[in-house]
Design a protein around this ligand. Structure first.
Ligand SMILES: C[S@@+](CC[C@H](N)C(=O)[O-])C[C@H]1O[C@@H](n2cnc3c(N)ncnc32)[C@H](O)[C@@H]1O
Length: 296
């Protein structure tokens, strides 16, 4: 990797100039870190003592080009850099997938809390996008069988790339199609299903920040008029698709908890409960298929 040497003072003058053009300091420093290889800690040290030299992995011109593009059309920096750190790995991202969010990291912990002791089973990541959840499961549940589904062909090929690079020893099977449909031969066998489906009501999409609404795929965001359209579809198929005792864990919008829990019960799941995200918002719905095989 090419290295670009410069003095701390030079970098700080250049940083000030870039920030005077607009944008948020936190985003710019994130660009310096991920795009330029200058960690936040090193930057803080330079702010205290600028009389040091440093190495960047990108030229100032290249970083400035990315920053200008971000300011001009609000393209997310993750798309421009092509990477997004998530949990303890670095995912490749592009405009065909939603940028994985920090709150979604908790879905993995909630899942491992429920199935972590089971030595084997079959899991599925419904609506895999970049493959974030699938990679995390593949890295944790070694003896399981893993599947990932998406309706977007481009998303699936990026998920494939991420799985091959980040969980090379685990064979996750990828399926193109809608929710449970492409998995029909395995219905009744899934011990664990994770989903972060599109759940934003159509009317709310246009109120979102341009960084989101103008760049992230509608297919990943839009949950129909009440935001619950895709959630209903997933729940409608979950009873048949889950194994007896199998878990479904879903993320949803900040105000959908009561509705999603009610739907889970209506569609026959038991032990229905919610979990909160790091901000204390009811963000995840959890349900289980009954253990009793004859109970449908
Ligand atoms: C909110 S994104 C979540 C992506 C990823 N799981 C994450 O958490 O970052 C929703 C994903 O569902 C996919 N999707 C939308 N409708 C679908 C459908 N009917 N069947 C399968 N996947 C679908 C989208 O393409 C998108 O990748």
């Amino acid at each position: 990797m090419a290295k670009y040497q410069l003095f701390g003072e030079e970098l700080l003058i250049w940083r000030k100039k870039q920030l005077s053009k607009g944008g948020r300091k936190v985003d710019f420093d994130w660009l310096l870190d991920l795009g330029g290889g200058l960690s936040w800690v090193t930057l803080q040290k330079l702010l205290i003592d600028p009389n040091k030299s440093l190495l960047l992995s990108e030229s100032l011109e290249a970083l400035e080009g990315i920053w200008m593009r971000h300011l001009e059309d609000k393209t997310p920096l993750q798309y421009l850099i092509g990477r997004c750190p998530w949990r303890d790995f670095d995912l490749a991202v592009n405009a065909s997938v939603m940028i994985p969010r920090q709150e979604t990291e908790l879905l993995v912990d909630l899942a491992l809390k429920r199935v972590g002791n089971s030595s084997e089973g079959i899991w599925v990541d419904l609506g895999t996008g970049s493959g974030a959840l699938a990679v995390a499961l593949a890295q944790s549940l070694y003896d399981w069988e893993g599947h990932a589904v998406d309706l977007s062909k481009d998303a699936l090929s990026l998920a494939k790339h991420n799985l091959e690079h980040l969980a090379p020893d685990f064979q996750t099977k990828l399926h193109l199609g809608s929710w449970w449909e492409p998995l029909q031969p395995l219905w009744g066998f899934f011990s664990l299903a994770l989903a972060n489906p599109p759940y934003i009501p159509t009317s709310v999409i246009n109120e979102l920040d341009p960084v989101v609404k103008d760049h992230e795929p509608r297919l990943a965001l839009c949950g129909g008029s009440d935001g619950l359209m895709q959630i209903r579809k997933i729940l409608a198929g979950s009873f048949k698709a889950l194994a007896p005792g199998g878990w479904l864990i879903m993320e949803h919008h900040h105000d959908q908890s009561d509705d999603v829990l009610k739907l889970m019960s209506q569609f026959g799941l038991v032990n229905v409960s919610f979990e909160k995200d790091l901000q204390g918002i009811k963000r995840f719905a959890i349900g289980q298929r009954r253990q009793d095989l004859n109970s449908n």
